[in-house]
Write a protein that binds this ligand. Structure first.
Ligand code: NCD
Length: 331
């Protein structure tokens, strides 16, 4: 049989073409929360709510069928990687998971980030990247022509986490304006703290930053807070702020970012949210944590209805479904 006689593999008339919807994030990278204004936030939140309804009613849909996402993780992850993978799969797409250690990829042979992303974009329609260096996602985006989503660049930013954090606050408390938010723990190296703080500045909030001296919020972020004119105060003891807080956002001391581990030892047990502390808190408030926790929240708090951290993790999947659909031009 000659090639001219080969019957065609595909019947194009029976296939639906890729439909592109022109939302403001279509084709964009997601590198920093600076890209989001109130309008984009409410777009993502309403799409995320639709994603949740869909998952709860039917489990999955075909919105991203035929699309492939590469998940490239140079740092450990449980929630971020699995929720991105689940997000893609619940929308009918596929995943290239490089999440179980880049030691099994050519990175261990010395391949640069630039070459790795330029290779992955030959196979994938978008790339999720977690990397220990600040600015790595931007560098990857400079090389890749497909959307790059920053899943954490060292102590820099974690925009998709901040979006799910903000979405969780709105879901739990029904609003974002008029809230008192206390952030507790490692405000210096915690990338989720930098990103969430910046997003909260779009709203009428008051902020309390609770940390030991060496883990105070970096000046660059603090200057943005001050420039935004919000009511802000730094305190050492969570007991001083818990009674007024609507949101208590607790974070882990980021051991992996310390150059001097004796300093880590000094602050690692800096704070634990206990049932006794919670007695002073409002009846309607939420305790959040990006997780993993390593002792900051006592396990007995988990059954307290105000403990929102596992619902927060679930919301991560809906937010990432919304983001993936948006950047791929399908939302
Ligand atoms: C956070 C991270 O990786 O920055 N985890 C997450 O993505 N949910 C927080 C942390 O590791 O402490």
């Amino acid at each position: 049989m000659t090639t001219e006689e080969l019957p065609p593999l595909f019947n194009w008339d029976e296939m639906t073409p890729k439909v592109s919807r022109n939302n403001a994030l279509a084709g964009q990278d997601i590198l920093s929360v600076d890209q989001f204004d109130r309008e984009k936030l409410s777009f993502i939140f309403s799409r995320a709510s639709e994603m949740r309804d869909m998952v709860q009613r039917v489990g999955s849909a075909d919105l991203l069928r035929g699309y492939v996402l590469a998940c490239l993780f140079y740092e450990p992850s449980t929630r971020t990687s699995s929720s991105f993978i689940a997000a893609m799969e619940r929308l009918g797409g596929g995943v290239i998971p490089i999440t179980q250690g880049v030691q099994f990829s050519s990175v261990s042979k010395g391949e640069t980030l630039a070459d790795t992303v330029r290779t992955l974009e030959q196979y994938a329609d978008a790339i999720v990247l977690r990397h220990p260096e600040v600015g790595s996602a931007r560098l990857a985006a400079d090389y890749a022509s497909v959307p790059v989503l920053n899943a954490g660049d060292g102590p820099g930013e974690h925009p998709t986490q901040a979006l799910l954090d903000l979405f969780t606050i709105r879901e739990e408390l029904g609003r974002l304006d008029g809230l008192k938010v206390a952030m507790v723990g490692d405000l210096r190296y915690g990338r989720t703290v930098q990103s969430l703080t910046k997003l909260l500045l779009h709203f009428d909030v008051s902020l309390r930053f609770v940390s030991p001296e060496i883990l105070r919020l970096p000046l660059t972020t603090m200057n943005q807070v001050i420039a935004a004119g919000v009511d802000v105060r730094e305190v050492y003891d969570v007991a001083d702020v818990i009674q007024n807080a609507d949101v208590l956002y607790v974070t882990r001391v980021q051991k992996e970012r310390f150059a001097d581990l004796t300093q880590y030892e000094e602050v690692k047990n800096y704070c634990e949210i206990t049932p006794e502390l919670m007695e002073a808190a409002k009846e309607r408030m939420v305790v959040m944590h990006p997780l993993p926790r390593v002792g900051e929240i006592h396990y007995s708090i988990d059954k307290d209805p105000r403990a929102a951290y596992f619902r927060q993790a679930q919301n991560g999947m809906y937010i990432r479904m919304a983001l993936l659909a948006a950047v791929l031009g399908r939302a």
